[in-house]
Write a protein of this length. Structure first.
Length: 210
């Protein structure tokens, strides 16, 4: 009898373990855009992006979306919580406000969990941003749009070329203006010096006559 009881307890424990394991592995997750590289951005840009979240389970799941990494405080999650039915998918929108120059790496965390409670699974989408400092005084003065953050703009050099020519023209104009100021300064001092010399000569001549 004791052997039968021990065998029965072992079977029950095994069934419980199998049930727990099946519950743990019941929820799976799937996302698109698992890695994004955003090039030619400028500090101050706002970038609208999304992660495609797919429910490949036979039951409804809760989705929680959060951010972490270098730009964690600069990422606004629009769709931070929603529920997907079996086979449904949704674009989880978020906005990246580029707040740092250089190369930054952030993560969009997507947590899948059963609606009725239980263990879930987490996936992540890595977002790498390559950004430069914001426009300088000349760029703001010219209204330069070459750094508006869209990748397509980097393929065309028209606006960048025109602004470069204008910058060179302004630089040359500034140098010429500086040279003119210096020349006028020396030209204004020269007559004064000649007048002083004439006064000194007249004084000497009057002394000699005496």
């Amino acid at each position: 009898m004791e052997v039968k009881k021990s065998y029965l307890c072992l079977v029950i424990i095994s069934l419980l373990i199998l049930t727990l394991i099946s519950n743990v592995s019941a929820i799976t997750g799937s996302i698109g855009n698992a890695r994004m590289i955003l090039r030619d951005k400028t500090v101050g840009d706002s970038i609208d992006k999304y992660v495609l979240v797919k429910n490949v389970n036979d039951v409804s799941v809760e989705i929680n979306v959060s951010a972490s990494g270098d730009l964690e405080k600069h990422i606004d999650i629009t769709d931070d919580y929603f529920i997907l039915g079996p086979g449904e998918e949704k674009k989880a929108q978020f906005i990246i406000n580029v707040g740092k120059p250089g190369t930054t790496e952030s993560v969009i965390n997507v947590l899948f969990a059963p609606v009725d409670g239980g263990n879930g699974v987490g996936l992540k989408s890595t977002v790498i941003v390559l950004a430069e400092d914001g426009p300088g005084f000349i760029d703001k003065l010219l209204g330069d749009n070459s750094g508006d953050g869209s990748d397509s703009d980097s393929a065309t050099g028209d606006s960048t070329g025109k602004s470069g020519i204008i910058k060179i023209f302004l630089s040359i104009t500034a140098i010429i203006f500086l040279i003119l100021v210096i020349l006028l300064y020396f030209a204004g001092n020269k007559p004064n010096k000649e007048i002083k010399d004439d006064k000194i000569k007249s004084k000497k001549s009057s002394k000699d006559e005496k």
